[in-house]
Design a binder for this molecule. Structure first.
Ligand code: PLP
Length: 401
């Protein structure tokens, strides 16, 4: 058998790759009906261009002919780049952070994989609030761990009591993602404190302290004056993983980092382990060129108010059509409830919307059965044009009753 049975069964399972498949079907539909007749909300690929500072920096660095500037560097990344990421994290977390806490990574996905390889042993568990970014299941499984899905509260905030109840001696980490993909929720300072308190209590009782892993690629994309609260001041064994995929619109450049809380009791060991796992996973180091770009431009900003405008527009359209949704506080995803006629079958709702050339992602893949995700990082024009399709889709449903 040429392919591992596990990979084969995962690849061919109903939910695997459903978002990618939808994206590819979208390309076909666009060929058939024309770009402006297909409303593709399937994938979180930022449509805003990177900031001008990034283009200028790329141009400047491309002219560099200094020796070894495209060569290997230490597996953790360039020391000067680690120092810049430490400065960024310090500003976000409000505590002093040194370059020795940072390991550069191949995006947030590479950061999560290097970290999980470093901290998960066979049989360990990672707890996550559901719904969650669908790839987490694979990332945890890659290292012999199990992702334990703990349903969020009805408003999609953290259910701290349920998370606490799910912790046991096999719990290696609790993984949070704020602003959240797919719900757009930002967890409040109060909730983060409660979670940290519950994890401390568990550690005292059980003798094993889980890491609090904060996946934050959407940190900068927050609306209505909201901010993402820091975790380092409230929990010592916390690790931030992030990237420049969404805030600087650079997903294809695969650049991110891991930052371990300077107060983490086993900080040096975790950092050393992540440096080692970066190497043995075959990443070797984060892309050299974009490490240097990130070091110079991390503070640049895309105009995130354009995403807020898109959010408001799509909410208006969904309200007009009569599709229930939550109000995202950050990121660029809209979490919508499948109308009751679908009886919780989100896949059927996605298939139904496809008939109106609306492409979405079924919530089941995110551990959120009965809901769908619309990625509104698409042009405002496309959102505007989708109005009639959404309205007709729901009207036809009602008429068919
Ligand atoms: N984490 C979350 C919550 C995401 O939504 C994504 C990408 O969509 C990633 C991690 C992976 O990000 P990157 O492209 O930086 O690897």
């Amino acid at each position: 058998m040429p392919v591992s049975p596990y990979i084969k069964s995962t690849m061919t399972s109903k939910s695997a790759g459903v978002i990618r498949k939808m994206f590819e079907e979208g390309l076909e539909l666009k060929k058939k009906y024309g770009e402006d007749k297909v409303f593709d909300f399937s994938i979180g690929n930022p449509d805003l261009e990177p900031p001008e500072e990034v283009f200028q920096c790329i141009q400047k660095l491309a002219a560099d002919r200094s020796k070894n500037c495209h060569g290997y560097m230490p597996n953790a990344g360039y020391p000067s780049v680690r120092a810049a990421m430490a400065m960024k994290t310090q500003a976000e977390q409000g505590v002093p952070v040194g370059a020795d806490c940072v390991v550069m990574s191949v995006g947030a996905a590479g950061a999560l994989n290097a970290l999980f390889k470093a901290i998960i042993s066979e049989g360990d568990k990672v707890l996550v609030s559901a719904p969650f970014f669908t790839e987490y299941r694979h990332y945890v499984k890659n290292y012999g761990g199990t992702l334990v899905e703990v349903p969020a509260r009805e408003d999609f905030s953290l259910d701290v009591e349920a998370l606490a109840a799910a912790m046991d001696e096999h719990t290696a980490a609790v993984l949070i993602n704020s602003p959240n993909n797919p719900t757009g929720r930002i967890y409040s300072e109060q909730q983060i404190k409660e979670l940290a308190g519950a994890m401390e209590l568990h550690a005292r009782k059980c003798g094993r302290k889980p890491y609090l892993v904060c996946d934050e690629p959407y940190r900068a994309i927050a609306y209505d004056g909201k901010t993402v609260p820091p975790v380092f001041p409230v929990y010592d064994s916390a690790v931030v993983v992030t990237s420049f995929a969404k805030n600087l619109s650079l997903p294809g450049e695969r650049i991110g980092y891991i930052c371990v809380n300077p107060a983490c009791p086993d900080r040096d060991e975790v950092v050393a382990a992540c440096i080692f796992t970066t190497r043995i996973l075959g990443y070797v180091n984060a892309p050299a060129f974009f490490q240097r770009v990130a070091a110079e431009t991390w503070n640049a900003k895309v105009d995130y108010s354009l995403y807020r405008e898109r959010r408001d527009l799509i909410m208006e359209i969904l309200d007009e059509a009569g599709i229930e949704h939550i109000v995202p506080e950050g990121a660029f995803y809209m979490w919508c409830k499948a109308p009751s006629v679908f009886k919780g079958d989100d896949m059927a709702f996605c298939d139904y919307l496809k008939k109106y050339n609306i492409l979405s992602a079924p919530g089941s893949g995110f551990g959120g059965k009965g809901w769908i995700r619309l990625a509104y990082c698409v042009s405002k024009e496309s959102i505007k044009n989708s109005r009639a399709a959404f309205v007709k889709a729901v009207k036809d449903l009602e008429e068919a009753k």
